[in-house]
Structures are given as structure tokens and as C-alpha cells.
Design a protein around this ligand. Structure first.
Ligand SMILES: [Zn+2]
Length: 460
């Protein structure tokens, strides 16, 4: 057993028939996807989005070249072009609905349209598992109800919209075991209505949304003091799943996990660990800084309704936000340029964030589902640890990976692979009292699922 940081030194890449320390496996398809993401495409998309003058949710829907209607028609046509160029597997559609009045941001209600592009999974047993990546294409100026003032929204959220569209273009040329939904949504600025509608509908229909990423404000690298910071991207990841809307008491299974010190190991944190690990593997120039928090103070994002629906969901955001360029009218005042203009957007930085998204999505959508029924045996007092789980039914399963770390460590520090025939394994000499364990499922190409925190099992 060696620390995970040394994995790169281990040259054997295959899973062994007996328990073994896993090697890092690099997937050439993920490397190709990462290389194909184009900053020039992202720039062209953002400049086109800005050209619609405003993409306010309540703005004009009839003009061919200004307002939210023109913007969504253009986004749809671009995604349809990507679909044609990749053999027609990307299914592009409007998700249109009428939102009744919601105070304070939509006092008269609105017809809201998301643009959704679905790349169906190709592996039986995995295709019903869905990964969602989203950005919001609506924009706003200073007034929340101001539908006419210039609202370029180059960064908020032209950056996330362009990233999602570029991922759809690149990734639709490839096949993945599970389904990926590339989504650009409206009415984020009117109370997260577009994403909320999609998330609630998915929950009602019983869709297995295994993870959701929102990319919102991922393009500024220029501090107010004039310095640049391209050193990382922030990933907001909630710890304990605490629904905000509607507020409700924590279910017993959440409380039970917290009673054994598992408050940092719910599904969104496990997702964040995977994104950080995979990002470091394929996009080392863009480290992921995980923030243990649902979102920034005073702000919200489209991952929130997914969290409230019970799905694992995270938010990507640039390292440093400049508020003079968000939700502002375009103007110069006291020598300061206000407004969300494309000249303040770092297209190469967005491309690197999109590469992290792409690598993590590709890993997740090719990996097996997270293992089920994962338990730690707590039958007697002992200094060994025995973990057990239900067998995975995925056809390309290679085995399972037991991971562990100090209780105060943020990332997994150790790992041990066990073959797929095993559904119970004893880790000798390591006490479950002193570390946190998890279990991942691994496929024959080396893709690993997020880890699952084991429940204590009292009887053997
Ligand atoms: Zn936003």
C-alpha cells in the first residue's frame, strides 16, 4: 500500500487477480477530448451571445437578432449542427414550460425555455444513469425586471454557456456508457427557475441523475488590483445534504452517517473528490480548489435545485469575482468600467475549466455506478476492518477499490483494488476507528466511480 500521490510511479496498469495497489490509468479518449476543447470556439460563442444585447428571461422573443428568443434559437441551431457533425446521436430539444408567478423575481410568471442536448449512453445497464452539465444563457443588468437595457452577460453566464456548448460539440463525437445531458437554462437570474423545473421534473419521473455540474461565472481572472489569477477554479460542494427549499428535517440515513463521522462523505463531497482527482490527472494546469460550502454568500446557482431534489451537484466558479462586472449596467463611473463585457473574459481560462468538466464527465459516464449496499462490519471489537457490498451488475466491471484517508484529510490517501468476484474484504491492521473508508467500482479500462461511505453493520 502506498500513498495515492505515488501512484504515478507504479507502472503496472492492469487490475490484478488478488488485492493490489492500483496504478493510475490514463484514458487516451479523455486525453483526446481534453485536447479538442477550443478556446477560439468559446470566444466565438461568447461574442455571439453578447451580440443579442440582452438575454433577460423576459426580453424579446420575436426578433431574429436581439433578446432571449434569438439567443436560444441560435444555441439550439449550434447544438443541432454539433449533432449533425457527430452522426446525429446528440438529441437537441427545447424544454419549454410556463412558470406561474414567483416573488420577487417573476411577479407575472413567464414562459421559460431551456435548451437541452442529450447524448444517450451506449451500455445496457448504464444508459439510464444520467450526468448533467449546465450553464445559464439568460443575463441581466442592474434591474432584475429590466428587459431592455444592455446586458451582455459575457461572463455571467456566457462563460458557462460557451463551456457547455463546447463540451457538447466535442463529447458528442464519442461514446459513453452512461447518458450525458448538456443543458443551457434560462431564468437563473429570476430565481433558478429553468434548472429548478428540469431538476424537479427529473425527480418526479425517477430519473437517475448521478451528478450535476453547473458552470456559472467561470471566465474572470483579472483582480480589481490589476493582477491575474489563473491558478485554480473553485468548486463549491455542499457537505451534509440540507435541503433549502423546501426546508425539511434531515432523514435518519443522513443522521446515521453523521453519527459515525461521515459528515464530509455524502455524495456531493465524493463527487468533488473525483472531479479534483480526475482534473489533476488530465488538466494539471487547472487545479480544482474544493470549497466546503453550497455556494457563495448572498448568491445562488443552478446546482441548488438539484441538491434540493436529492442529487449530487457542484458549482464551478472562477477564483475571484469582480462585482462591478456582474448584474451591472454598462457604463464608466469614476474611471471604473462597469458591465459584463467580453474584454474582461479570459477565454483560455474558460477552456481549461471546460477541460476539467470534460475529463470528470467522461470518467463518470464511463465508470460503473457507485457500489450499493456498502457496509463496514461492526460485529466485535477488533483492529482489522472488514467491508462488504452488493455485487455490481455492470458488464465491464473489473472490480472494486477500497480507499481510505485520515479522518482530517481532505482527499483519499490510500487505495487497494480487489477483484470483482469479491464482495467482502478484510483490511488487516487498519482500524476503522482511525480512518475514513470508501468503496469505488472500477471498470476494465480503469475508470473509477465516486466513493461510497460504508454504513455500519451490526450482525455478520
Ligand atoms: Zn450566473
Amino acid at each position: 500500500m502506498i500513498p495515492r500521490s505515488l501512484f504515478a510511479l507504479v507502472l503496472t496498469a492492469s487490475l490484478h487477480a488478488s488485492p493490489a495497489t492500483p496504478a493510475v490509468v490514463r484514458d487516451p479518449q479523455i486525453e483526446k477530448i481534453v485536447a479538442e476543447i477550443s478556446p477560439a470556439n468559446i470566444e466565438a460563442t461568447i461574442r455571439k451571445l453578447v451580440s443579442f444585447k440582452t438575454r433577460h428571461t423576459l426580453s424579446d422573443t420575436t426578433s431574429p437578432d436581439t433578446g432571449i428568443g434569438a439567443a436560444r434559437n441560435w444555441i439550439k441551431s449550434e447544438l443541432e449542427r454539433a449533432s449533425r457533425e457527430s452522426g446525429g446521436r446528440l438529441v437537441v430539444e427545447f424544454d419549454a414550460f410556463h412558470q406561474p408567478p414567483v416573488l420577487p423575481r417573476l411577479p407575472a410568471g413567464a414562459d421559460i425555455v431551456n435548451v437541452v442536448a442529450t447524448l444517450p449512453g451506449t451500455q445496457t445497464g448504464a444508459a439510464a444513469r444520467v450526468y448533467v452539465i449546465s450553464g445559464h444563457y439568460d443575463s441581466r443588468s442592474l434591474g432584475t425586471q429590466d428587459t431592455d437595457t444592455l446586458a451582455p452577460g459575457a461572463n455571467d453566464d456566457g462563460s458557462g454557456t460557451a463551456a457547455v456548448m463546447e463540451l457538447a460539440r466535442v463529447m458528442s463525437k464519442y461514446q459513453f456508457d452512461a447518458t450525458i445531458v448538456f443543458m443551457t437554462v434560462a431564468a437563473e437570474e429570476q430565481g433558478l427557475q429553468g434548472a429548478g423545473h428540469w431538476a424537479r421534473t427529473a425527480k418526479e419521473k425517477g430519473v437517475n441523475v448521478a451528478a450535476m455540474f453547473t458552470n456559472d461565472i467561470v471566465g474572470n481572472t483579472l483582480h480589481e488590483d490589476g493582477t491575474r489569477d489563473r491558478s485554480h477554479v473553485r468548486l463549491f460542494a455542499e457537505g451534509v445534504p440540507v435541503p433549502v427549499s423546501p426546508a425539511r428535517e434531515l432523514p435518519e440515513e443522513v443522521l446515521a452517517q453523521m453519527r459515525t463521522g461521515g459528515e464530509n462523505d455524502f455524495s456531493t463531497r465524493q463527487l468533488a473528490r473525483l472531479i479534483q482527482t480526475i482534473g489533476a490527472r488530465y488538466v494539471p494546469q487547472m487545479p480544482v480548489k474544493i470549497i466546503y460550502r453550497r455556494d457563495r454568500y448572498l448568491r445562488g446557482g443552478d446546482h441548488s435545485p438539484f441538491l434540493d431534489a436529492g442529487f449530487a451537484a457542484v458549482r464551478f466558479t472562477e477564483p475571484f469575482e469582480v462585482y462591478a462586472r456582474q448584474h451591472e449596467n454598462v457604463r464608466v463611473e469614476n474611471g471604473i468600467q462597469y458591465g459584463d463585457l467580453p474584454e474582461f473574459v479570459d477565454f483560455a481560462y474558460i477552456a481549461d475549466v471546460a477541460r476539467v468538466d470534460a475529463a470528470a464527465l467522461a470518467e463518470l459516464a464511463n465508470a460503473p455506478a457507485t457500489p450499493h449496499g456498502v457496509e463496514l462490519e461492526t460485529v466485535k471489537l477488533e483492529n482489522d476492518t472488514t467491508m462488504r457490498w452488493e455485487p455490481s451488475t455492470e458488464p465491464d466491471l473489473a472490480g472494486y477499490r477500497i480507499v481510505w484517508r485520515d479522518t482530517t484529510a481532505a482527499q483519499w490517501e490510500h487505495a487497494l483494488d480487489v477483484p470483482k468476484e469479491e464482495t467482502r474484504h478484510t483490511i488487516k491492521g487498519i482500524s476503522k476507528d482511525n480512518v475514513i473508508f470508501g468503496l469505488e467500482a472500477v471498470d476494465t479500462a480503469g475508470h473509477a466511480s465516486p466513493a461510497v461511505y460504508p454504513k455500519p453493520r451490526r450482525n455478520s
